[in-house]
Design a protein around this ligand. Structure first.
Ligand code: HOZ
Length: 427
């Protein structure tokens, strides 16, 4: 596979941009080699600057559930941009998107649009702290909620990928307000809650962990979190930045029928343009300025172009059968990958919720960060490069999700399974 131009691009990029990338996991550090520079993307494929085409299972880390350059979304973007790209004043489309979100996501009564998932989570935590008049939060090891100071403690995604234990630049005084427990571990979580209940403002969780690979919740975990947070009047926050409108039109909370107090969204709701949102119970949301005293603002918040892309994406996702079809293809792919690894006698543990797939290079079971970290990341790196050579673009990290779009065809799935069968054999 020719990568001359990508390599040249990367060399130049490193002179201008730290590490040559604008977000760490993109740099291929944990799988080795240099990142591919993308020239264009269409449907389920991306093409790099050397002219190699790949079936894309990264999908910009989640937003492109309709595939790249969806004609309807492009049309909506162009139409909106022609009316001006930012007003810094309210527009009707913001209310329209808010209403679509409110109707879709069962626990959201009011919602505020922001510019990224990180911003959504940061704001939701501030709100929970103000509402409860408490300082501490509890998160789960290996869950990633963006890069705000107090959330980088034992985080997943790039932190897990690069093996950074504690990020310099986060004052200890901030980090000490963050408690952590193992994902899916009710006993350990309960102990922490009992010890800190009167100081705990919020418990935040990815209802399906998607930043330490993909780890589904156990049957008891989310209902138990709901029960215990209600008991101690702790705000329960679901970070649905990845799962929102992906595992179900109403997010993981609709799938598992567990309703949090606040929900954070991003990715899909912007149709590939920068956006984030946080919403939930009206009595809590009413504390946000200017309705209430909790300050949070943004020049580009509710950007009309991002909102238009999001509205069109959600309109298409709402059509009957979309999630059923995604489920069918994702199941075929997950089973195919699992069987291929088994045939090659490679220790491999397949996970999946809807169109979010995880493939851990370990016997498993993988239920939390400790078991996820047992994965053979060197082997994952080899698998990643083997697949790349066969035209399949996976996340350049064992600790990220494999995602499908509505544009992944049956033949692409077949091609991916066949590639995996051959790559597993030579690992
Ligand atoms: N935090 C994202 C993955 N979970 C990575 C974002 C990016 O590199 O674009």
């Amino acid at each position: 596979m020719k990568t001359t131009k990508s390599r040249a691009n990367f060399k130049i990029a490193q002179l201008a941009i730290p590490g040559g990338v604008n977000s760490p996991v993109r740099a291929f550090r944990s799988v080795g080699g240099d990142p591919l520079f993308i020239k264009k993307a269409k449907g389920a494929t991306v093409e790099d600057v050397d002219g190699n085409t790949f079936i894309d299972y990264v999908l910009s880390w989640g937003p492109m559930i309709l595939g790249h350059a969806n004609p309807g979304v492009l049309k909506a973007i162009i139409k909106a941009a022609q009316q001006g790209t930012s007003y810094g004043a309210p527009c009707q489309a913001e209310t329209d998107l808010a209403n679509v979100i409110i109707q879709a996501v069962p626990s959201i009564e009011q919602v505020r649009l922001v510019n990224s998932g990180t911003e959504a989570v940061m704001s939701a935590i501030r709100l929970a702290r103000a509402y409860t008049k408490r300082d501490k939060i509890l998160k789960f090891d290996g869950c990633y909620h963006g890069h705000a100071d107090h959330l980088l403690v034992k985080a997943g995604s790039g932190i897990a990928t690069l093996g950074i234990p504690d990020t310099p630049g986060v004052p200890k005084d901030f980090a000490r307000h963050t408690l952590t427990a193992p994902f899916n571990d009710i006993v350990a979580t309960e102990k922490l809650i009992h010890k800190h209940a009167k100081d705990l403002a919020a418990i935040i969780v990815e209802p399906v962990a998607g930043n330490m690979g993909v780890i589904p919740p156990t049957d008891e975990f989310l209902p138990w979190l709901r029960m215990i947070t209600q008991k101690y009047e702790i705000v329960l926050i679901f970070d649905e930045v990845i799962t929102g409108f992906r595992v179900h039109f109403g997010g993981a909370q609709a799938l598992y029928k567990v309703l949090p107090d606040l929900t954070c969204l991003g990715k899909i709701i912007g149709g590939g343009l920068p956006i984030g949102a946080y919403g939930g119970r009206k009595d809590i949301m009413q504390m946000i300025a200017p309705a209430g005293p909790v300050y949070q603002a943004g020049t580009l918040s509710g950007n009309p172009v991002a909102v238009a892309a999001g509205l069109e994406t959600l309109r298409q996702l709402k059509k009957p059968g979309v999630y059923k079809e995604l489920e069918k293809k994702s199941k075929t792919l997950a089973e195919g990958l699992g069987e291929s690894a088994k045939a090659a006698k490679i220790p491999y543990y397949q996970t999946r919720v809807g169109s979010m797939l995880g493939g851990f290079f370990t016997e498993g079971p993988v239920t939390d960060y400790t078991s996820a970290k047992k994965s053979n990341t060197v082997q994952y790196g080899k698998f990643f490069h083997g697949m790349l050579k066969k035209g399949v673009y996976l996340a350049p990290s064992q600790f990220e999700a494999m995602l499908l779009s509505t544009t992944h065809s049956d033949s692409m799935i077949k091609q991916t399974i066949s590639a995996a069968r051959n790559v597993f054999k030579i690992l």
